[in-house]
Design a protein around this ligand. Structure first.
Ligand code: ZN
Length: 294
């Protein structure tokens, strides 16, 4: 009787011993799963793409931020990216940037450490590619007194079904058709040219980074513009007009004379089209150009 109990016990120990042998591997496996889940989450930020696209930073704030980046010798694209991420791409409130030094710069390293590099990279690239490749405002500086524009991204549009405005409208102040030349903001290749129902006479230029710059409602194209043509920043592509909102090619006058400018960003954040708000980029380049002229 005793013997048999001993034997049973021993057998049990043997079994336990075999199990014990595997415990380190099991623990390692669990740790790996925890790390995998944790890092996977860390590599994705909780920001909706529509908030990224509507990028609501004001003209004054983006210009001020560039000054701050110079003052503290921080990469401007980086500081803009982290500032945008920390503030939901400026969708919630109008930021008071005057506190940036005491609220943001002083904590910059700890703010940066909250996010993995990998999670920030797509936003950084998105911002950097656009700012780096935009060389000029789409209208020559000598016409600076003839146009006006504001941030109209997200405003309601009804032609062709209820939708939101996914660009910036730059208006001719006196509503004069065909007087203001439209110049390319970037180098690139003409990918689309001709009539489309919403855009009227439009030119679409793809830059090296893959971003697509869309210039719509032109009165006419500059001579020699054609699909596949290589364009340099500053080249005249056409003249401001009021064409579009019709299936009939050449329809004019359905609205005031203006340029609709759109930027469809190439980004690995999504496989869908991402039309990002051009307004902050326009105001930044316009300010840089005006300052370098003075
Ligand atoms: Zn528009």
């Amino acid at each position: 009787m005793k013997k048999s109990i001993y034997y049973k016990k021993h057998k049990k120990y043997k079994k336990t011993y075999v199990l014990l042998k595997y415990i380190p591997f099991i623990i390692l496996f669990i740790i790996m799963i925890i790390f995998f889940v944790k890092f996977n989450n860390k590599d994705k930020l909780d920001i909706s793409l529509s908030n990224v696209a509507s990028f609501k930073i004001s003209s004054d704030n983006i210009i001020a931020l560039e000054e701050v980046s110079k003052k503290y010798n921080i990469d401007f694209y980086e500081i803009l990216t982290y500032y945008a991420i920390e503030n939901n791409f400026f969708n919630d409130k109008n930021l008071d940037i005057s506190n940036i030094e005491k609220d943001f710069i002083i904590n910059y390293d700890s703010i940066k450490s909250k996010y993995s590099k990998k999670s920030v990279e797509p936003y950084y690239n998105l911002i950097k590619n656009i700012i780096e490749e935009i060389k000029n405002f789409p209208i020559p500086l000598e016409y600076a007194n003839n146009y006006i524009y504001g941030d109209s991204y997200g405003a309601e549009r009804t032609y062709g079904g209820k939708r939101i405005h996914t660009g910036t409208d730059i208006m001719d102040k006196e509503n004069i058709v065909g007087r203001i030349p439209i110049i390319s903001m970037t180098d690139g290749i003409i990918e689309n040219i001709g009539w489309n129902e919403k855009g009227g006479y439009r030119v679409g230029i793809k830059s090296k980074s893959g971003n697509y710059y869309y210039y719509a409602h032109l009165d006419k194209f500059e001579e020699g513009m054609e699909k596949g043509k290589e364009i340099l920043a500053g080249d005249t592509i056409g003249y401001m007009g009021n064409t579009g909102y019709s299936k009939i090619e050449g329809t004019k006058g359905n609205f005031e004379t203006h340029l609709h400018l759109g930027i469809e960003a190439q980004t690995n954040l999504t496989n869908d089209e991402l039309w990002i708000n051009p307004y902050p980029f326009l105001s930044l380049i316009e300010n840089r150009q005006k300052n370098s002229k003075n």
